[in-house]
Design a protein around this ligand. Structure first.
Ligand SMILES: Cc1ncc(COP(=O)(O)O)c(C=O)c1O
Length: 344
């Protein structure tokens, strides 16, 4: 082995079995609503999360932005965690596309407290943009793959409802959260108006996300998807990959979690390296205690065949996924020992 790519779980390539499922997919024109494979995926994902309807879209970003569009009005506020993907990595879309002001909350582990949500609500007054929705992220990418416990979800969503807020869950890696928490998907999704999930991350599909919610909200989202140019035609080829992933790749996510824990164990043994608690498939190593900069470290690791990404000033991120097996972890361990084992 000469290379292991730990930059993200988005780097997976479809397996031969997934490619075969894609090649054999029955297709139709999904803008007319007659692609049977897309329809089947939408029905399955809606049922899995106990929602009325679902919409297949090209990316997690589009799923999140459709949720923002259907849950808000221009000039209103969406409350979310300061590390949220919607705030940090979606190109300013809530402002650029929907005229929505984001209201970030500080938190530990990407999980704001109910009191913080209450504190963000301003009284009705001509000075203040009204807050109309709250978005949570599960698992939380920037916080290192942390997941929400059911009591935490219940507490914050109940508080949000008391405050008349609509609720979206960015569940790009909700599959990982469910695998780690063993919670029932319907129970986790129940408090939310909309939930987005991705198939192109740990699930190993090449493309595709799904937004679930009530029939009325999904109908609105379908209109806006077309307006954004996200109406796809024979998309069943892609939906087939997602269906294959649902059946064959969901249960194996716990293997990625075990490998991430193994990497974390190795990384935390080196001088000056601090590793954030690992709950799923993301490992964030903080190098504040070392001489090398994060930029140099990422480069040196790459030269040795281990690809990771810089994640803030002093940190790098490793993500385990379908294309990293035990041999990959062993190879990465050897390289980490060579590069980080030396004195600080
Ligand atoms: C938490 C979270 N939400 C949304 C997205 C966006 O997904 P996509 O890259 O498919 O647009 C990502 C991507 O990594 C993510 O980590």
């Amino acid at each position: 082995m000469s290379l292991v790519d730990l930059r993200s779980d988005t780097v997976t390539r479809p397996t031969p079995a997934m490619r075969q499922a894609m090649a054999q997919a029955e297709v139709g024109d999904d803008v007319f609503g007659d692609d049977p494979t897309v329809n089947l995926l939408q029905e399955k994902v809606a049922a899995f999360f106990g929602k009325e309807a679902a919409l297949f879209v090209p990316s997690g970003t589009m799923a999140n932005q459709l949720a923002v569009s259907v849950l808000t009005e221009p000039g209103t506020q969406l409350i979310l965690d300061e590390g949220a993907h919607i705030l940090n990595y979606e190109g300013g879309a809530p402002a650029a596309l929907w005229g929505v002001q984001l209201h970030p909350l500080t938190s530990e582990n990407g999980k704001p407290k109910p009191q913080a949500v209450r504190g963000a609500i301003r009284p009705k007054n001509e000075h203040f943009a009204p807050a109309v929705a709250l978005a949570l992220e599960n698992t939380h990418n920037r916080a290192g793959g942390s997941y929400w416990r059911m009591d935490e979800i219940t507490a914050i969503t109940q508080e949000a409802r008391k405050l008349d807020l609509k609720l979206h869950l960015d569940g790009a890696r909700l599959w990982n959260a469910l695998a780690a928490s063993k919670l029932d998907p319907k129970t986790v999704a129940a408090p939310f108006d909309t939930v987005s999930v991705c198939f192109s991350k740990g699930m190993g599909a090449p493309v595709g996300s799904v937004l679930v919610g009530s029939s009325a909200l999904i109908e609105k989202a379908r209109f806006t998807r077309k307006r954004l140019g996200g109406g796809m035609r024979q998309a069943g080829i892609l939906a087939a990959a997602a269906l294959h992933a649902l059946e064959h790749h969901r249960k194996r996510l716990v293997e990625d979690h075990a490998r991430a824990a193994a990497l974390a164990h190795v990384l935390s043994s080196f001088p000056g390296v601090e590793v954030l608690p690992v709950e799923t498939n993301i490992v964030i190593a903080d190098l504040s205690g070392r001489k090398e900069t994060q930029i140099d470290m990422v480069e040196t690791l790459k030269e040795h065949g281990v690809w990771v990404v810089g994640f803030g000033e002093n940190r790098f991120r490793c993500v385990t996924h379908l294309d990293v097996d035990d041999a990959g972890i062993e190879f990465a361990t050897t390289v980490f020992q060579k590069v980080l084992g030396a004195a600080v």
